[in-house]
Design a protein around this ligand. Structure first.
Ligand code: ZN
Length: 612
């Protein structure tokens, strides 16, 4: 990010000279929590050495790794600005996100109150137990001063420690960042959390991994969990061949597993925020999956970075056509590493493939958009809020799910076609070319690198045309069979009208979900919020009535139905079908022999890569 910012400045030597002088003057922040019980923070920011023009202060509209707009200015109030002598200055409001401070003497100190009661990867969560701060949601910044270093002092509301990727100073509550992009990328948790620390020697250097955990569980649970995290970290390091060079020599997991947080995971250059309402005692693999996902992002997206996201724009939504790779491949690998670490059994790992395989084979969205085009819709779906109904269940497939399915398909196709090669080779090549060097990549770079990693650019071009820019479904049956995994119908021989959610109230049965294209209900002209009065001559007032009718039918049946829609009462005919839904299971559980070739394939694909 620095790189691009400085490259921009180099085009204008006079600007650069002015910036070089100004760069030395840090922007100084202070944050305190005198009213933490009511979720407020008091923030002070001082800007010095200012040119003689209005100071443009902004609250961000977006946050790194989150692609919808979030309008963080909405929780800011009591804004006041003073000059170097403490005299109050005029503050203008040119737009909802900005405060222009006029008539200053080269120094401006702005103070404001922030309300924040959502602890996750995007917002700020403040209460008597912690201040969980995502920087774009918390701190105003000044246009034109983005290259200046940042210095921040935290004033905790209790005996709180600081977990952050910011650079430490001699004062345990004061930290620095080299510039605004890094500061905004550095979420910080202040709380009485526990920490586990270990070192990993890799790539000719030794770096620290820290896991800071704010939770209500026991130290023993944390110890056991840390052992699992260590295994996942080791498998990832083994695949890539080295850890990234963390800017401060350490990577920090910042986790809040508490009932009053909002579940999330958010990647950053040298840290991640992990929030979950599941305590360690009840988490199963859910929390570990997010650990694996976000840690992988330190390579894939933080350093192997699409040009479309560089530098991150805090004033607009950020659109990228590469999220199928940045997020989707990360989703493919997160579960694979848990399997390689020996924590998932093969059957459990197969179960994790059911979701992506099913969605990409059966969801109607693939008729409308490719994986690239799905990625470009992130600003509408990534924690975006709207009040009007959307047709997304019909037209959209998450780039996480779509990309995970493509990662799986490409990995298996490479392993089948190019003996000794795998998607791991492609990822390592992306790392060497674009990650270690931090040279942002384009979609064309991905296609070329895929070809290089298998020594066949023609195959890579066709794979791209079929699966990435095209909308073909991968041949999962044959691809997974090599690994002794079976794709089979999940409800074979059963009559089905669609995966419909009904609402039953006062003997009225209403369609309560979007009706998907291609399902029997859709083809019969029945829509969301229509009332199903009867099916096959039987009155339907509950979901059980529908299930009872279906259980007496074969998938080839045609039955009459009566509905009440917006246009009144209507008789129609439903051609029921067999659900296309599939499940991925092991050959073992399906009673199919597992050959030595299958065992060898599985070992190469999902066996541990850590050299003991
Ligand atoms: Zn992700």
């Amino acid at each position: 990010m620095t790189r691009t910012l400085l490259a921009g400045l180099l085009c204008f030597p006079t600007v650069l000279a002015a910036q070089t002088r100004a760069v030395g003057r840090p922007v100084a922040y202070e944050i305190a929590f005198p009213n933490a019980v009511h979720h407020e923070a008091e923030i002070k920011a001082t800007f010095t050495g200012l040119p003689a023009r209005p100071l443009e202060l902004r609250m961000s509209r977006s946050s790194p790794g989150r692609y919808a707009l979030h309008e963080f200015a909405k929780n800011v109030y009591s804004v006041k600005a003073v000059n170097s002598r403490g005299r109050e200055l005029r503050v203008l409001r040119p737009n909802p996100h900005q405060w222009n401070v006029v008539g200053h003497d080269g120094t401006v100190t702005v103070t404001y109150t922030l309300f924040g009661d959502r602890a996750d990867g995007t917002y700020a969560g403040i209460d008597l137990t912690h201040a969980h701060l995502n920087m774009p949601a918390t701190f105003m910044w000044a246009r034109g001063l983005e290259a200046r270093p940042v210095r921040i002092t935290f004033r905790p509301a209790g005996p709180w420690r600081v977990a952050t990727q910011l650079f430490p100073t001699a004062d345990s509550l004061t930290f620095t960042a080299p510039h605004l992009q890094y500061f905004m990328d550095s979420p910080t948790e202040l709380s009485a959390h526990d920490v586990r620390t270990w070192t990993v020697a890799s790539g000719g250097r030794s770096q620290t991994i820290r896991f800071a955990l704010h939770h209500s569980g026991t130290g023993g649970e944390f110890d056991a969990y840390t052992e699992q995290v260590k295994k996942v970290v080791a498998e990832q390091e083994a695949m890539w061949g080295e850890l990234p060079r963390y800017d401060n020599g350490a990577y920090t997991f910042i986790a809040d597993y508490l009932p009053y947080v909002n579940g999330d995971g958010m990647e950053h250059r040298n840290s991640t925020v992990l929030t979950s309402t599941r305590p360690l005692s009840a988490a199963g693999f859910g929390n570990l999956g997010t650990v694996s996902h976000e840690f992988f992002h330190a390579w894939n997206v933080e350093r192997i970075r699409p040009r479309s996201l560089e530098p991150f724009d805090f004033e607009e939504a950020n659109m990228s056509g590469e999220l199928w790779l940045a997020e989707g491949f990360t989703s493919y690998y997160d579960d694979l590493f848990i399997r390689r670490a020996g924590i998932y059994a093969v059957e459990e790992y197969a179960g994790t493939l059911t979701g992506p395989v099913n969605t990409v084979l059966n969801a109607p969205g693939r008729r409308f958009f490719s994986a690239v085009e799905m990625s470009q819709q992130a600003p509408f779906v990534d924690a975006a809020a709207s009040i009007d109904p959307q047709n997304k269940a019909n037209t959209f497939i998450s780039y996480y799910t779509y990309g995970a399915a493509l990662g799986l398909a490409l990995d298996l196709e490479i392993r089948a076609r190019f003996p000794g090669r795998s998607l791991d080779d492609f990822m390592r090549r992306m790392w060497t070319k674009y990650g270690r060097t931090e040279r942002p990549y384009t979609l064309a770079d991905v296609r070329v690198t895929l070809g290089e990693s298998v020594g066949d650019s023609g195959w890579a071009r066709s794979a791209f045309e079929r699966l990435v820019t095209g909308r073909e479904a991968p041949a999962f049956d044959s691809l997974l069979a090599r690994a002794g995994l079976l794709v089979r119908k999940a409800a074979a021989g059963k009559a089905w009208i669609g995966d419909i959610e009904f609402r039953a109230q006062d003997t009225v049965l209403t369609v309560n979900s979007l009706v998907l294209i291609g399902t029997p209900l859709y083809e019969a002209g029945i829509d969301s919020r229509d009332r199903l009065v009867s099916l096959a001559g039987r009155a339907t007032t509950t979901q059980a009535d529908v299930d009872a009718v279906l259980s007496g039918l074969t998938p080839a049946a045609t039955v009459p139905a009566v509905i009440i829609s917006r246009d009144g009462r209507r008789a129609t005919t439903i051609r029921v079908a067999e659900s296309p839904r599939v499940a991925v299971v092991t050959f073992e559980s399906a009673g199919i022999p597992v050959t030595p070739a299958i065992t060898a394939f599985r070992d190469a694909w999902m066996g541990s890569k850590v050299k003991h």
